[in-house]
Design a protein around this ligand. Structure first.
Ligand code: ADP
Length: 137
C-alpha cells in the first residue's frame, strides 16, 4: 500500500470540481487517509515547488496557488502514486487526453486542477509536508 498526496488547486476550487475529482479517485479504489483545506504560504510553495523556483513563471505559480485556499488529500491504495498520476494526465491540460482529470477540466500548463506526488520519495516528503501524524487515519 502506498500513500500519495493530491492538492486540489485554486482552479479546481473555483470551478466547484473538488467533489468530482475526489469521486474519480475514490472510484479507483483509493482511500482518503487525510483531507484538509489550507492557505499555501510563500514558504510552503517555495519548498513544494523548489524545482521550479528559478523559472520565470514561478511568481505566477505562487500567485495562482494563493488565489484561493487549496485542499490537500492523502490517498492510500496499491500503486496509488502511479495510478493517480496516470488519471491526472500530463502537466499541460491542453494536451492531456480526454478522460484524464486535467484533460477534462484543466485550462493550461498552470491551471491544471490538481497536483499529485510523482515518485515514492516525493510522496513521503509531501505527506510529511502537508500532514501531521495526527491528521492521518
Ligand atoms: P506536475 O504538476 O505535472 O508534476 P511540474 O512539477 O513540472 O508538473 O510543475 C508544477 C506545477 O507548476 C504545474 O502543475 C503547473 O501548475 C506549474 N507549471 C509547470 N510548468 C509551467 C509553465 N511552463 N508555465 C506555467 N506554469 C507551469
Amino acid at each position: 500500500m502506498e500513500t500519495t498526496v493530491v492538492l486540489l488547486k485554486p482552479d479546481c476550487i473555483e470551478k466547484n470540481l473538488s467533489g468530482e475529482v475526489i469521486k474519480r479517485f475514490e472510484a479507483l479504489g483509493l482511500r482518503i487517509r487525510g483531507c484538509k483545506m489550507l492557505s499555501a504560504t510563500d514558504a510552503l510553495l517555495k519548498e513544494h515547488y523548489s524545482h521550479l523556483a528559478d523559472k520565470p513563471f514561478f511568481p505566477e505559480i505562487v500567485s495562482f496557488m494563493q488565489s484561493t485556499p487549496i485542499i490537500a488529500l492523502a490517498l492510500e491504495g496499491a500503486n496509488s502514486i502511479v495510478t493517480v498520476r496516470d488519471n491526472l494526465g500530463p502537466t499541460d491540460s491542453a494536451v492531456a487526453p480526454k478522460g484524464t482529470i486535467r484533460g477534462d477540466f484543466g485550462t493550461d500548463k498552470m491551471r491544471n486542477i490538481a497536483h499529485a506526488s510523482d515518485s515514492p520519495e516525493a510522496a513521503t516528503a509531501e505527506v510529511a509536508r502537508f500532514f501531521q501524524d495526527s491528521e492521518l487515519f
